[in-house]
Design a protein around this ligand. Structure first.
Ligand SMILES: *Cc1c(COP(=O)(O)O)cnc(C)c1O
Ligand SMILES: [Zn+2]
Length: 411
């Protein structure tokens, strides 16, 4: 693989705009919201020169680039960097799963297995960008608050890059995720409280110490990393584009990023339409689904969900998520713990994909959306499985139960 790629990539960022008031804003160093409006949810969108991207990011140019997410360098918000182009991120496989399709009553169902990323989840797409951005800014510590995957991913890439990671996790983050980030050498602070409290503490500590803030919801660079999953779906299925793309939703960055990636690939001419997008939330922790329906974010929608990665009662990036799903005429559904557990078993037994609960939620959401008439049974569907089941083995054991005990052969 070439290390120096692309040889002289221009930076194609044209600016940054507020998702609430539309005002132009300066690019923040890491996290930041709109300086013109007083809205804490006024997140920033990074804009690119799509004409220049179209000129250099052609199918034949892509054909000779490495198969990881750096192949889309024109549309990433960082300077090309030799140190990072060999970091393994993205280009995850898509599996066609006829037996799982049958289970969901769908004509066709494919799974893009993001559990195959370097640290086992979709979050690597954002962390790799965030850590590289921190390195380029000369910051020696990157910090984030996370229910687990963003944390372990941030810690993993910080370890590759040789910078420090300070991580704030809520009390109920699953143990395997905490073990993973401790093994990656992170300074881990388990907050006696919720994710929202860990998040506030992290932002305040970043301000105090000048740490690089990886909190995805308000760090516009990171959504651009998440976008590469949408770029890939478009490139990998361009001749065979699904009707629906399905994702589970917590803070809303993942779904907004994937939608942006698909939209940009249409602008570049790789695909001629943007698939409709289904967002899946946990029953009771569904603030973005409510905001999609009513236009307003409810405060503190909490419930007991097994899908810790989408257990986000106050989603900071709800506006981008809602706008993007509206733009593609998408929809939202909610799923219960029972439906998630059934989908975990079905994805494993019928497609050979081991999902953590939040990843299985997307598959549960397909069955629900078809049953509710939101997705037509004749649809061609692609679900993104956002994290590996190995991330949360306790939940897998709770769902799967114990094996049969048998005696060995007599001596
Ligand atoms: C973070 C995460 C999500 C949701 O992403 P948001 O950007 O918070 O909406 C879904 N699944 C898994 C496994 C995750 O780690
Ligand atoms: Zn604004």
């Amino acid at each position: 693989m070439q290390t120096r790629y692309p040889p002289s990539m221009p930076n194609l960022i044209t600016g940054c705009t507020c998702v609430v008031c539309g005002a132009a804003a300066p690019l923040p160093r890491s996290a930041g919201t709109c300086p013109s409006c007083n809205d804490p949810f006024a997140t920033l969108e990074i804009n690119f020169d799509m004409d220049r991207a179209r000129a250099s990011m052609t199918p034949s140019a892509l054909a000779s680039r490495p198969f990881n997410h750096w192949r889309y360098a024109e549309l990433l918000p960082i300077e090309p960097d030799d140190r990072a182009f060999a970091w393994p991120v993205g280009w995850t496989p898509i599996l066609d799963s006829p037996r799982l399709a049958q289970w969901a009553n769908a004509k066709r169902l494919r799974i893009k297995d993001e559990g195959r990323n370097h640290t086992g989840s979709f979050k690597d797409r954002a962390s790799s960008v965030g850590v590289l951005r921190a390195m380029q800014a000369g910051d020696t510590t990157i910090a984030c608050a996370s229910t687990g995957n963003a944390a372990s991913s941030c810690a993993g890439f910080a370890a590759i890059a040789g910078i420090n990671a300070t991580i704030f996790v809520p009390a109920r983050a699953p143990k395997p995720k905490i073990a993973q980030l401790l093994i990656f050498g992170a300074d881990v602070r388990r907050v006696r409280g919720t994710y929202a409290q860990a998040y506030d503490l992290c932002n305040s500590e970043c301000d105090t110490h000048g740490w690089h803030n990886r909190n995805c919801a308000i760090n516009p660079y990171l959504v651009e990393g998440k976008k590469t999953c949408g770029l890939e779906i478009a490139e990998q299925t361009s001749s065979d584009l699904p009707d629906w793309v399905v994702l589970s939703v917590g803070d809303g960055c993942t779904i907004a990023g994937v939608a942006k990636g698909l939209t940009q690939m249409r602008e570049l001419g790789f695909i001629d339409r943007v698939p409709r997008i289904l967002g899946v939330q946990a029953e009771g922790v569904d603030p973005i689904a409510i905001a999609f329906e009513t236009g307003d974010l409810p405060m503190d929608r909490t419930a007991d969900t097994m899908a810790d990665s989408i257990d986000v009662p106050v989603p900071r990036n709800w506006r981008k998520a809602v706008n993007r799903v509206r733009d593609c005429e998408g929809a939202f559904v909610r799923v219960t713990n029972d439906e998630i557990a059934q989908a975990m078993q079905a994805a494993g037994a019928k497609a050979g994909v081991f999902c953590e609960p939040a990843a299985a939620a997307s598959i549960a959401g397909i069955k629900r959306a078809i049953a509710e008439g939101i997705i037509e049974p004749s649809a061609d569907i692609l679900a993104v499985s956002t994290g590996s089941g190995l991330k949360d083995v306790d939940s897998a054991i709770a769902v799967a139960g114990e094996p049969n005990e048998v005696d060995p052969l007599a001596d």
